[in-house]
Design a binder for this molecule. Structure first.
Ligand code: DGL
Length: 289
């Protein structure tokens, strides 16, 4: 059985396009509808109740688009609302935390993993629990880096100022460098991690800077690739794969935003270096600031 309906991909804003990009790479025959709640982003600094309510309202809109399943690409929403969302809809809902946690627990050799994420994701300890589920022997050090999302949203992805701010934000996890560029250990909080999990949709866009600050001894892992693989498996197990091969209809891709279409298009093009041609604005019944 093949199912030509699109896959819904949800994020609070444009950051989830990092996950969409991996899905398109991994599953080129699949059609997608991406939903970015830009009017109410960022979610990561909001209280849990708001994240849950906004996530429900957003997924209701995707569900109305006849999607066959939904990827909650937003880490904050996955961390806080995934259980609620799974109860609400009669279709497969995939989050980004378990795939990322599995990838990180496989990547670490010293069994010391750092997780950077929004304040709401860190407060939930969802990554801690998911990594411990994968391997209870792994030490998990969660750390909120609230400066990163505004930097990415402002299109600041490289340069000395970005490097300095990334280094400052990561210092509690990584320690600081001495004059020769070596990390100074031990610091009160430095965790001596060998793997750093990027637990937020926006962070892969800062990956080169994060990797250079962290140095060669730290493997950088994000959820996007692992989530695309988990999605491929989910579609296969449920018989939901799109028809592929000769005569199959071409995949279609639509982007929906609660915010300004021009702003979404501009930011997406700046961040990803590619244009997303089909962008539509959708109205939420209740758009809070
Ligand atoms: N999409 C959010 C996440 O992955 C980051 C942006 C936000 O705070 O809304 O946690």
């Amino acid at each position: 059985m093949a199912d030509p309906r699109p896959i819904g991909v949800f994020d609070s804003g444009v950051g989830g396009l990092t996950v969409l990009r991996e899905i398109l790479r991994r599953l080129p025959a699949e059609s997608t509808v991406y939903f970015g709640d830009n009017a109410r982003a960022p979610y990561g600094v909001r209280p849990d109740d708001e994240v849950r309510a906004f996530s429900r309202e957003s997924l209701d809109i995707l569900a109305e688009r006849n999607v066959k399943g939904i990827v909650v690409a937003c880490n904050t929403s996955t961390a806080i609302a995934l259980g609620d969302l799974r109860r609400r809809y009669d279709m497969p809902i995939l989050g980004v935390i378990r795939p990322g946690a599995a990838a990180a627990s496989l990547a670490t050799r010293t069994r010391r993993v750092g997780v950077i994420a929004t304040p709401a994701t860190v407060r939930s300890h969802a990554y801690f629990a998911a990594i411990k589920d994968e391997n209870p022997a792994v030490e998990v050090y969660e750390h909120a880096t609230p400066a990163f999302v505004p930097m990415v949203e402002a299109g600041q992805l490289s340069g000395p100022d970005v490097e300095a701010r990334v280094a400052d934000s990561l210092a509690p996890l990584l320690g600081t460098r001495d004059g020769a560029g070596e990390f100074i250990f031990p610091l009160p909080h430095s965790a001596r991690i060998d793997t750093l999990l990027l637990g937020c949709t926006h962070y892969p866009l800062l990956r080169p800077v994060i990797a250079s600050v962290a140095g060669e001894g730290v493997a950088i892992v994000d959820s996007a690739t692992a989530t695309a693989s988990a999605l491929a498996e989910l579609l296969s197990v449920n018989g939901l794969e799109a028809p592929a091969g000769h005569g199959a209809p071409a995949a279609t891709h639509l982007q929906l935003t609660t915010g300004d279409v021009e702003a979404f298009a501009g930011l997406a093009a700046r961040l990803f270096g590619e244009s997303f041609p089909a962008i539509e604005r959708v109205e939420l019944q209740r758009v809070a600031s």
